[in-house]
Ligand binder design. Structure first.
Ligand SMILES: Cc1cc2nc3c(=O)[nH]c(=O)nc-3n(C[C@H](O)[C@H](O)[C@H](O)COP(=O)(O)OP(=O)(O)OC[C@H]3O[C@@H](n4cnc5c(N)ncnc54)[C@H](O)[C@@H]3O)c2cc1C
Length: 486
């Protein structure tokens, strides 16, 4: 029996869980995934938007600037990488310059600090590799790029430190109601009973809302494809470059991740399957064309992987946030598309207020006096100076064993990720960056699997990449030959 069950532990669900853990509430967060982040929070541009892109009066505009401000504070509290690099929207002609004016006015109306239009030449003083065809740009100094893997894990770990429970590999299958009131959620692991259920199911949030009889909105899964380049390319630009938005969307961007990899994308392709995260030759060709328009020498030959994320777009184009009248206790935090990552901490504050206004009779919102705001990340060996590395290794020799050569990740970090709940190779990757580098896990994947097997006492052939049937080893090669399988 809980006070609140949250379906989904992307950046929305985990931010809400942390915010609600400031109260003496029994909170369960359930997610079907084996590791976090899993949905849109795993594969996106990770821009902490400046707040000029959204029409004043929309929910997106309401939460984006406050969310941006909160992230600038939370980065230290939660120990998350945020590159405070600013962003440019680039205009190549008079029409696009006129659009910059619209964005500037929107930014001012939304309270986006410091937005201004500068000339292409002024921009090139700071960004010499951008196209000579850029005639003007909208500069947003408060924009930044966050490490999304760290941010989601820090949010949920902080919520757990403060008493919330996380249940992974738990698929919500239906809503339990009685007499017009919410009673809980049925799942693949039994019923989770609570009078308040929050739907933070991302691209599945439309389907989850329909369990409560709410069919007022529909999710249109919209895929965005990306190139991710080797970290040595990070010096090509210093900030986030947007194309000028058009009716088709925000367009292709070129950015440098919080860890310094050059990246380009996304596309915006509507599809039926919410789980289809495949990349396509057509999508990637579109990204490359858009990237070269902004940065003519975009060094695509240094590409190390491609990937795609799926947005939970809605027909209204806005977030769908509401507490239903019937069944009472059901709250949608649905259709959280871009700028959802930016907005998440502000949405979480709003949800905590909404619950207290609407459901004070269903749960007691007494403050949790023991709330600990701070969260510390797993030590980042790569960024430490020699003295720091030596001290760490002297204290624990596992920090002297390099597991991932590309990203200089040590066995000590892998062990700490396992201690914090990692059970798959991919979970270790999200929590330590082992496998995110140039060789994409070619060197470290077997070593991480061995450490997981040893530490968890699970046979090596039961270790999975990302849960379910994604086992890395399925038998010995010679046995396959004898069975005629190859
Ligand atoms: C291509 C792309 C680019 C983007 N760029 C940006 C950007 O630069 N800046 C920005 O601010 N935002 C950006 N966004 C938007 C941002 O990523 C999302 O708004 C945000 O991640 C949504 O978080 P969420 O927690 O609502 O959803 P998700 O991260 O999708 O989380 C939903 C969770 O619910 C779980 N779930 C679903 N159904 C069930 C079920 N039945 N049972 C149990 N668990 C379930 C899933 O496993 C998942 O973990 C981008 C998104 C995409 C796709």
């Amino acid at each position: 029996m809980y006070d609140i069950v949250i379906i989904g532990s992307g950046i929305t669900g985990s931010s809400i869980a942390r915010q609600l853990s400031k109260y003496k509430l029994r909170i369960a967060v359930i997610d079907k995934a084996s590791e976090l982040p899993a949905g849109a929070s795993r594969a996106n541009s990770s821009m902490i938007h400046g707040g000029f892109d959204d029409k004043p009066g929309t929910m997106k505009a309401k939460f984006c600037v406050p969310g941006n401000k909160l992230w600038h504070r939370l980065k230290d509290t939660l120990d998350v990488h945020l590159d405070e690099c600013g962003s440019y929207v680039c205009a190549f002609n008079d029409d696009e310059v006129r659009h910059l004016e619209v964005l500037l006015q929107q930014g001012k109306a939304n309270g986006s600090p410091g937005v201004e239009i500068i000339s292409g030449d002024k921009m090139r003083e700071k960004e010499p590799n951008v196209s000579p065809g850029i005639v003007a740009a909208l500069w947003s100094p408060e924009a930044g790029i966050i490490n999304n893997f760290e941010a989601v894990n820090a949010m949920i770990e902080s919520a757990q430190i403060n008493g919330a429970e996380l249940h992974l590999e738990t698929v919500a299958t239906g809503l339990i109601t009685e007499g017009g009131n919410v009673r809980g959620v049925s799942t693949s692991k039994g019923d989770f009973l609570a009078p308040i259920v929050i739907n933070a199911g991302g691209v599945h949030s439309g389907e989850i809302a329909s369990w409560a009889g709410d069919t007022s909105f529909r999710i249109i899964p919209t895929k965005g494809e990306y190139f991710l380049l080797d970290r040595s390319t990070g010096g090509t630009i210093t900030s986030f470059l947007f194309s000028c938005p058009s009716k088709a969307g925000k367009g292709v961007t070129v950015l440098r991740t919080a860890e310094g990899n050059l990246m380009a994308g996304p596309t915006a392709t509507e599809q039926l399957d919410p789980e289809d995260r495949s990349t396509t030759p057509e999508g990637l060709a579109e990204v490359l064309k858009g990237a070269r328009r902004l940065v003519p020498n975009f060094p695509v030959n240094m590409n190390i992987t491609t990937f795609a994320g799926v947005r939970a777009n809605t027909e209204s184009g806005d977030f769908e946030i509401s507490a239903l009248k019937t069944p009472r206790g059901f709250v949608n935090v649905a259709g959280i598309k871009s700028p959802g990552f930016t907005s998440a901490p502000a949405i979480a504050e709003y949800i905590a207020e909404l619950l207290q206004e609407e459901f004070a009779d269903l749960a007691t919102f007494a403050p949790n006096e023991k709330f600990i705001p701070e969260h510390r990340n797993i030590p980042r060996f790569l960024y430490m100076d020699m003295a720091g590395r030596k001290a760490l290794a002297e204290n624990d020799p596992a920090y002297a064993q390099i597991v991932c050569r590309c990203e200089t990740v040590t066995e000590g970090q892998v062990l700490e990720a396992i201690r914090r709940g990692a059970r798959t190779v991919s979970a270790v990757k999200m929590m330590t960056r082992a496998g995110t580098g140039r060789c994409q896990g070619g060197f470290c994947c077997p070593r991480v699997a061995e450490i997981l097997s040893r530490e968890l006492g699970i046979p090596l052939d039961q270790i999975t990449r990302h849960g379910g049937e994604s086992r890395l080893l399925v038998g010995k090669t010679k046995e396959f030959l004898l069975k005629g399988a190859v």
